[in-house]
Design a protein around this ligand. Structure first.
Ligand SMILES: [Zn+2]
Length: 919
């Protein structure tokens, strides 16, 4: 048989169906490191035994980029083979435990992939999830092999005064003997068994903030946040977030901290957000460091949620882990759900909870829905992959969290309408059954259902689990009919789901639909069903299980406006043929804040798509109708709504979201229409924006709480709109009438701001309105913060993501790559320029001359030779190429082909581009 080959050899497809238990278990691991950036020596002494449930076979250990020096079995030299990277040992003892000793070296300084052991700012860090441990030593690098670890680190004391690994420090001190002058050691023992992807070490010049806390049971714990000297003043918020996380997990789920010592270490070179290594979390500095002058409200809130997320993994992920990487959502979907709940529970006001929910859904719909409709679409529990790093996706994380949220909803009952109590019971059963083991998504769902035997989830479990096996976003089509004589209202629902790669036909999903009926005057109507049951709350939970279903409400005194999918009760697309007047009613009155916001989004989308589809010339277009503008004015001036919610309602749907609603995408036309909508809102509501800015600009001493953050967000949007109005009202320097003063005021606010949120809003208002004051403001910003890496990332990102006016952004981006502060090897910096342009600025990226795509292909190839994981993320920027209108479509395809044609592509990038081309 002839096999298709590229220069890498055939890429291996890994399939879930091929899972088999490991042939050996590793009981204990003793690792000793002699840390040296150029050549680190690693001695790995393991105790292994055969798995009696698996036929006798050789031991095959994973390894990558290692130099092997010695292998001993029970202290004796042993014969071994190296087969396609694996270390293969035959003739091992058939019975009982045996000792295996492997001595290797690796080169941390040369490791630019940031997977395995690497050097950042003269310190050592590790990243082992998913398959980085095999770059440290030969091992059974799979999550279902859990072992006890003892780790000794040896290094130069002056260069690396701090030596950390998982667990507890049991010994440390100076090393004796010749050749050891100035060197010291530390030995750590982890009391918990763990898979190797949770191993970590850190060595370097670090300082730490410490806090001792006591658990409910009175046990003492030491919490530590390690950072580089000079960053101590930015650690208070991370520490507070950690303390809140510990308290919350014990209060909500009865899960206490199981470690004497819990450490967080920040590094500026990191591929992902953060990593939950047992007891030694390693974080991207972006999710640790914050104070009011360097971090925005969004940064503060992200830090709280990421610190929470990694901490919650200590139980969901670490105590119970994944059997194999296809089960990634077992830990990630669940832990995202937990961090979302944590952030919501920390909100004091109900309105702030609703705002958080809207923000989460916005992420899901702008990032996950396109993924689910594109070439990389995959189920929450995938069936196959080539490179597991490509499956750390919004589907596994965010859609996975929605699946868990639906489970909570579906275990609700009359006494527990939200399902919170039932879900907590399910979690308790999950830990009772599986603590200390490596399990599957099925095991998790079964535990939640079994703990709630009378629930809808328990009844529907096999069908519910289609959410794990079927990719694609279901579409729910709803139609309403009101019978005035009979006073009944019937809602007809049918569901479909488009084909996705490898899945042509789909079975119906179980879809929990929370719905209410809103009267003309805006009140929730009482809900009574034909069978005599009445909902005790204003919303009814309809669990759709069939392709087609209907539900009839009786004693409905007037024709209602249905409010469907309240709180976004399921991750689906909803079609309902609302009239404008019905949407206006929901926007003005819906007691469900999510659907109230959604009504405004639907109205805006309707104006946008009508104009995009037409032939009209867009210069000076006024896409928004008067009713919409008046409704926005009413929201902005509303006396009872809070500022954060207003800001969300008054923010138009993004270009990416608009594009997803269309069959054929002309990115320039979408950009032009959305800009026209922004300009129209800016000028039509000018006096209201002015009021909004003045009423919300001053917030006293800075605090990153949700209430004042909402006020700053609204003031920021108002300032942006005012600068835009000044710009479109004529001469940018003088403007006409009152409008012309706003760029000057924005510049003043930029200079005077006592916090990063207000300062960045003001700078962004100037940059995005194209005002000439943007230039001096950018220069001042740079000189103020030239020593703050994370702030410089904002400076780069703001420029690369700025509004395009006649194609000036791409040349500016090319210039930024030559800036002395640009560094392609640092993922945060690469993302701040390249991703901000290619993935987050569609109006500037999709150019008629295809220069944006050329830039993209150059950067993907350049990054691939440095860091394949980051390159593969960037490669996804053209996932949706096949929806583009010509000439964008053909030139995008050519750019993808240019990447695919390159010899020696990483598996990461090859998988992404070949799937894109198959679309
Ligand atoms: Zn996670």
């Amino acid at each position: 048989m002839l096999q298709l080959r590229d220069s890498n050899g055939p890429a291996t497809v890994i399939r879930r169906a091929d899972y088999s238990a490991p042939a050996f278990w590793i009981d204990s691991v003793h690792l000793s490191f002699d840390l040296d950036p150029a050549k680190t020596r690693v001695l790995n002494k393991m105790t292994l035994r055969r798995n009696p449930d698996v036929p006798v076979q050789p031991l095959r250990l994973d390894g990558e980029t290692l130099n092997l020096a010695r292998v001993l079995v029970n202290g004796q030299g042993a014969s071994f083979k190296l087969e396609s990277g694996k270390l293969v040992l035959e003739n091992l003892p058939l019975e009982g435990a045996f000792a295996l000793e492997i001595f290797t070296t690796c080169e941390p300084l040369k490791n630019t992939s940031l997977s395995g052991l690497y050097v950042s700012n003269d310190s050592f860090f590790t990243q082992c999830e998913a398959e980085g441990f095999r770059r440290i030593t030969y091992f059974l690098d799979r999550p279902d092999v859990m072992a006890s670890y003892t780790v000794t680190l040896r290094a130069d004391k002056q260069k690396y005064p701090v030596l950390l690994s998982n667990g507890n420090l049991v010994a440390s001190g100076a090393l004796e003997g010749t050749g050891n002058e100035g060197r010291h050691f530390a030995t750590w023992v982890d009391p918990h068994k763990k898979p190797c992807y949770l191993f970590a070490l850190v060595a370097g010049q670090l300082v730490c903030r410490e806090q001792r806390i006591a658990s409910r049971a009175g046990k003492a714990h030491l919490l530590q946040v390690y950072v580089r000297p000079g960053d101590m003043d930015k650690t208070e918020h991370a520490m507070n977030s950690l303390i809140h996380s510990v308290i919350w997990d014990e209060a909500r789920f009865g899960l206490p901290l199981d470690l004497e010592r819990f450490m967080i270490v920040a590094t500026s070179d990191f591929n992902m957000g953060a990593m939950e290594n047992k007891g030694l979390n390693i974080f991207n500095t972006k999710y640790v460091l914050a104070n009011q002058s360097t971090a925005t409200d969004a940064d503060f809130s992200n830090i709280e949620s990421v610190v929470g997320h990694e901490y919650f993994h200590n139980w969901t992920g670490n105590r119970i882990t994944c059997r194999d990487w296809f089960q990634l959502s077992l830990k990630e979907g669940l832990t995202v759900f937990r961090d979302q709940e944590f952030s919501m529970d920390l909100c004091l006001e109900a309105s702030a909870r609703a705002v958080k929910r809207i923000e989460d859904v916005r992420v899901l719909r702008t990032a996950q829905f396109p993924e689910d409709a594109g070439p990389m679409a995959h189920p929450v529990r995938p069936d196959s992959y080539i490179e597991i790093n490509n499956f750390y996706t919004v589907t596994i994380y965010e859609k996975g969290a929605e699946v868990v949220r639906m489970m909570q909803t579906l275990v609700g009952s009359l006494n527990d309408p939200t399902g919170r109590a039932g879900f907590a019971k399910g979690m308790t059963l999950y830990f009772a059954r599986h603590d200390g083991s490596a399990v599957t998504c099925d095991d998790f769902a079964q535990a939640i259902a079994d703990a709630n035997p009378d629930s809808a989830l328990s009844r529907l479990l096999p069908r519910f689990k289609r959410w794990y096996s079927q990719a694609g976003t279901p579409r729910l089509h709803a139609k309403g009919s009101y019978d005035a004589a009979a006073q009944t209202y019937t809602l007809h629902l049918n569901q479909t789901c488009a084909a996705t790669p490898g899945q042509e036909a789909k079975e119906p999903f179980v879809i929990p639909v929370s719905l209410g009926l809103v009267s003309r005057s805006g009140a929730d109507l009482p809900l009574q069903l034909r069978d005599g049951s009445a909902s005790t709350s204003a919303s009814h939970l309809l669990v759709v299980t069939q392709a087609e279903e209907s539900i009839t409400f009786i004693n409905v005194a007037e024709e209602p406006v249905p409010s469907i999918l309240r709180g976004f009760s399921a991750p689906v697309l909803l079609d309902f043929d609302y009239s404008d007047a019905q949407l206006m009613t929901l926007l003005a009155f819906d007691p469900d804040p999510f659907n109230r916001w959604e009504a405004g989004q639907r109205l805006a989308l309707r104006c946008a798509t009508a104009l995009i589809a037409g032939e009209a010339i867009l210069t000076g277009a006024r896409p928004l109708n008067d009713d919409y503008v008046e409704a926005m004015r009413a929201v902005l001036r509303h006396p009872a709504l809070d500022a954060a919610f207003k800001e969300l309602v008054l923010t138009l749907p993004s270009e990416t979201y608009i594009a997803e609603q269309l069959d054929v995408v002309d990115p320039q036309r979408i950009h032009a229409v959305r800009e026209a909508m922004r300009a129209q809102l800016a000028s039509a509501l000018a006096t209201d924006w002015q009021w909004a800015f003045e009423a919300h600009a001053d917030n006293g001493a800075y605090r990153p709480d949700s209430l004042s953050a909402g006020r700053r967000a609204l003031a920021g949007l108002a300032l942006t709109q005012l600068c835009l109005a000044a710009q479109s009202s004529g001469d940018p320097s003088t403007g006409s009438g009152q409008a012309g003063v706003w760029p000057g005021k924005a510049y003043q606010r930029f200079k005077d701001a006592d916090n990063m949120t207000d300062r960045l809003h003001a700078l962004s208002a100037l940059v995005n309105s194209g005002h000439e004051l943007a230039k001096p403001a950018l220069a001042q910003f740079h000189s103020l913060f030239k020593n703050e890496e994370l702030v410089l990332d904002k400076w780069f990102a703001l420029q690369a993501g700025s509004c395009d006016r006649g194609g000036q952004v791409l040349p500016a981006v090319r210039q930024l790559l030559k800036h002395p502060d640009f560094n392609l090897r640092n993922p945060n910096r690469a993302r701040s320029v390249i991703f901000s342009y290619c993935s987050a600025n569609p109006g500037a990226f999709h150019r008629l001359d295809a220069a944006g795509y050329v830039f993209w292909s150059e950067r993907v190839l350049e990054l691939d030779s440095i860091n394949p994981q980051v390159a593969a993320r960037l490669a996804r920027a053209l996932d949706r190429w096949s929806k583009l209108a010509e000439p964008y479509r053909s030139s995008a395809r050519q750019a993808i082909e240019r990447v695919a044609d390159k010899a020696n592509l990483s598996n990461d990038v090859r998988e992404v581009v070949s799937r894109a081309l198959a679309d």
